[in-house]
Design a protein around this ligand. Structure first.
Ligand SMILES: [Zn+2]
Length: 372
């Protein structure tokens, strides 16, 4: 009987021991399974934790996921209790002065969504936003040619052109239309000038001494020269037109900077600068210096195109790589009065795209070719 009793006691002791060991292991396991609070407490720097205590948010913060943005804001002593939720939503960025930008943009009423958008897209130009009143920056989100460095110009142009939508405002300002032609312009190098797609207008100037090195005479006459590729394309265009009984006679093609100067000065002497500027480019600003533009007329008796010939040109020139560069009704964009007779070579691919877009080359260039 004594033995039986001892066995019972041993059994009970064993059961108790098993419970203690198993329970302990289970406890440790569960304890280990709750690393979040533990890690959170350890992730924030001592400085940030001290600031949390000061602002009485230690408990709130400990119950939430870690936020690097919040931590750095606390460390830099830029915490504002109004924005606690926003700190959590703002993606941390390694840009210099990140906490200062966050604090200042929040103060200007930018939301975390807007700030994240700006951090992702204009991290090097955030000062622009700090130097002006709050603006609805997300309204530009889908405008691919938006350039934040021109933001003030967009806003100013919009004020005086209230009938334009935002997309138009951006494109027109990018072209330069908020400023007078020739007042500010890009100066190309000779190397850049050889590019067949180059944009030349009152905001883009060629070097004075630029002359293409592959000029060839048109079959129509040796007075008329274009760059080789453009000349060959022009022969194809005129040959195709002839088959439809449409005749194009070139009356001006390549013009040197000096020729353009003489021509422009003659017009100025006759009509004055303001008028001359509406129809004649100043030297350095003419597509004719590119050797990629040619003026054509319907008859050798007049410097013009008949309407039907103009229509033919509008509808067919792109097939040979040309566009009508100064179409009717586009003077406010091209900054030149309509010139139905002036065509510009771009190559078939690009001319086809520009034709399909229905845009002037100034607009098309800004939207699709300008590298920002
Ligand atoms: Zn011309």
């Amino acid at each position: 009987m004594e033995n039986n009793k001892s066995l019972k006691i041993i059994l009970i002791v064993l059961i108790i021991l098993t419970i203690i060991v198993f329970g302990g292991v289970t406890y440790l396991y569960l304890f280990d399974k709750e690393p979040n609070t533990q890690e959170n407490k350890q992730s924030y720097s001592a400085k940030a934790v001290a600031a949390m205590e000061e602002y009485n948010i230690l408990n709130t913060v400990n119950n939430r996921e870690y936020s690097k943005t919040l931590e750095i804001i606390l460390e830099e002593d830029l915490y504002n209790s109004d924005y606690l939720e926003e700190y959590y939503k703002i993606n941390y960025s390694t840009i210099p002065n990140f906490p200062n930008y966050v604090a200042q943009l929040l103060y200007k009423n930018y939301t975390s969504t807007e700030i994240n958008y700006c951090l992702a897209n204009f991290k090097d130009n955030l000062d622009i936003l700090l130097n002006m009143d709050y603006i609805d920056i997300l309204q530009y989100k889908d405008i691919t040619n938006f350039d934040i460095t021109k933001l003030e110009r967009y806003l100013k142009y919009q004020e005086t052109n209230t009938d334009y939508d935002l997309k138009t405002v951006v494109t027109y300002v990018n072209i330069g239309l908020d400023k007078d032609g020739y007042s500010e312009y890009v100066s190309y190098t000779a190397d850049e000038a050889t590019d067949l797609t180059i944009l030349v207008n009152k905001y883009h100037k060629l070097p004075d001494d630029y002359e293409p090195d592959d000029l060839v005479s048109l079959s129509y006459g040796s007075n008329y020269k274009l760059r080789k590729e453009a000349a060959e394309a022009f022969e194809k265009l005129t040959a195709a037109a002839v088959l439809e009984k449409v005749y194009f006679y070139p009356f001006s093609a390549y013009r040197s900077n000096e020729t353009q100067r003489v021509l422009y000065n003659r017009y100025v002497a006759r009509d004055g600068v303001a008028t001359a500027d509406t129809y004649s480019a100043r030297p350095g600003f003419s597509e004719h210096q590119l050797g990629l533009a040619v003026d054509v007329r319907s008859s050798t008796l007049t410097d013009n195109l008949t309407n039907s010939h103009y229509e033919w040109m509008l509808n067919n020139s792109y097939k040979y790589g040309f566009i009508v560069r100064y179409p009717k009704g586009k003077q406010s964009i091209t900054q030149f009065m309509e010139e139905p007779w002036h065509i510009r070579y771009l190559g078939v691919d690009l001319a086809t795209k520009v034709h399909a877009s229905g845009l002037t080359y100034d607009e098309y260039y800004d939207l699709y070719l300008e590298t920002r």
